[in-house]
Design a protein around this ligand. Structure first.
Ligand SMILES: *Cc1c(COP(=O)(O)O)cnc(C)c1O
Length: 449
């Protein structure tokens, strides 16, 4: 592998793009990231012609991998060729909204926006406008995009902006709690119940994780919201149309939020976000209600066509069975491997999401542990050592992951997400052979960590 061309591009990029990139996680690899020239099925090819098996998949959107199936490519091309957008409604946005409303249990109506961040901004404003309250409960280590109300750290007693530029006044209205801690969120409702507009959470932490919910956690959130007149908002920007298939994580969990945010997969690889929910709540948005939401590019026809045809293709070609099987095979294989090699670790993830977390402690006897990814089972011998919340993931050996595992896997020709925190994804383009090769690579690499 040579990286001369990537090095040269990075040199140019440093002069004209902040830190050489347009989103900070892309700058994590050292000494510099490789620049991608093109995708090819489950692989990416870099500017120097090196091929990598890709489990980043655009950080989640590419359910089908890099090659658009003919019907997706044709729909994208025809909508682009007919004139990319109009500022007037089109049929394809109705079709995608119908698709989402038909398959996602809690959704009657939808507003399409252009990113996951825009979706969570709109959801927070909607919850505040609908309830007439200001406080938002979020999970420590949860991620909801680059927005003021959720770039907050600390705890409910001492919330602070997590970024310069976010006014303290925003943080004052945000109440961070540890994920999976039923007592903590109950206490926050006891203290602030009357002022809480919404609980906003990923159903499965995918950006500081992967952390699955303990049994009954989301049910507790649902009950607390109902008792106190707050809305439950699921941020399914990652899990939407990924975990639980078309019914999303909420369908798999059997818990209905009032409002759901989507992004990533629902745009088929193009910029997208969406907010959906019960009509009675959604109708608070303009033009029916008075909570302002608007966007020049909202419901962009090319994006809508890509999202719709991607999801139709997924249904007709049993894509969820395929990616979930491979995900399971990866997690089970990693669990086996890591029993013999390596420092302490936990294998996490579900359906087509997977990750290894270098947790610091572990039990001597693994009999009865989760076989294909941590399920937060209280009777698992690893339970007291596995990551139960975002802080546990942050306390793991994050440098071992980033500085040793990532580069070694890259040298094996496997492209993983750049740090310990973010999920990795299997796509329809991955094969059983790819998974076997990946496990061989992990085996070689882990034996030397
Ligand atoms: C990616 C992500 C976002 C932000 O979406 P963008 O399109 O990057 O703005 C929000 N919430 C979750 C759970 C995400 O994974």
């Amino acid at each position: 592998m040579t990286h001369e061309r990537s090095r040269e591009l990075y040199g140019r990029a440093l002069s004209v793009l902040v830190g050489g990139v347009n989103s900070p996680v892309r700058a994590v690899p050292r000494p510099y990231p490789f620049f991608v020239e093109r995708g090819d099925g489950a692989h990416v090819v870099d500017a120097d012609g090196d091929r990598y098996l890709d489990y980043v998949m655009g950080y989640g959107p590419l359910l089908l991998g890099h090659d658009l199936p003919d019907r997706v490519a044709a729909a994208v091309q025809s909508h682009a060729a007919e004139g990319p957008m109009y500022g007037a409604p089109t049929e394809v946005e109705v079709e995608l909204a119908e698709f989402v409303a038909r398959h996602v249990p809690s959704v009657d109506s939808v507003r399409f926006v252009n990113s996951g961040t825009e979706a969570t901004v709109a959801a927070v404003r909607l919850a505040r406008g609908h309830t007439g309250r200001e406080k938002i409960v979020v999970m420590q280590g949860g991620y909801h995009g680059a927005q003021e109300s959720t770039l907050v750290e600390g705890d409910a007693g001492d919330p602070r902006p997590s970024s310069p530029g976010v006014p303290d006044a925003f943080a004052e209205h945000t109440l961070p709690v540890p994920f999976n801690d039923r007592e903590a969120v109950t206490r926050v409702f006891e203290e602030h119940g009357e002022a809480i507009a919404a609980v906003l959470t990923e159903p499965v932490l995918g950006n500081k994780g992967i952390v699955a919910p303990v049994d009954g956690y989301h049910e507790r959130l649902r009950d607390l919201c109902d008792e106190h007149g707050a809305l439950l908002v699921f941020d399914e920007v990652i899990t939407g149309f990924r975990v639980g298939g078309l019914a999303c994580a909420q369908g798999k969990l059997g818990v209905e939020p009032d409002v759901t945010t989507f992004g990533k997969i629902v745009g088929g690889g193009f910029p997208v976000g969406a907010v959906g929910g019960r009509a009675e709540v959604m109708d608070a948005l303009t033009p029916v209600g008075e909570v302002f939401e608007s966007g020049t590019f909202n419901g962009h026809p090319v994006t809508m066509a890509a999202g719709l045809e991607t999801l139709r293709y997924a249904v007709e070609n049993d894509v969820y069975d395929h990616v979930n099987d491979l995900g399971e095979q990866l997690r089970a294989g990693l669990t086996d491997l890591l029993a013999d090699h390596a420092p302490r670790y936990t294998v996490v993830g579900e359906d087509s999401m997977f990750k290894t977390v270098f947790t610091r402690e572990g039990p001597a006897d693994l009999d009865g542990q989760c076989v294909a990814g941590c399920e937060q089972r209280a009777d698992c011998p690893r339970y007291d050592h596995c990551p139960n919340c975002g802080a546990d993931v942050a306390d793991a050996e994050t440098d071992r992951w980033e500085r040793l595992l990532w580069p070694a896997m890259k040298a094996e020709g496997v492209f993983l997400t750049a740090n310990q925190y973010e999920s990795q994804f299997v796509s329809a383009a991955h094969t059983r052979e790819d998974v076997e090769e990946t496990l061989e690579s992990y085996k070689r690499v882990l034996s030397e960590l």
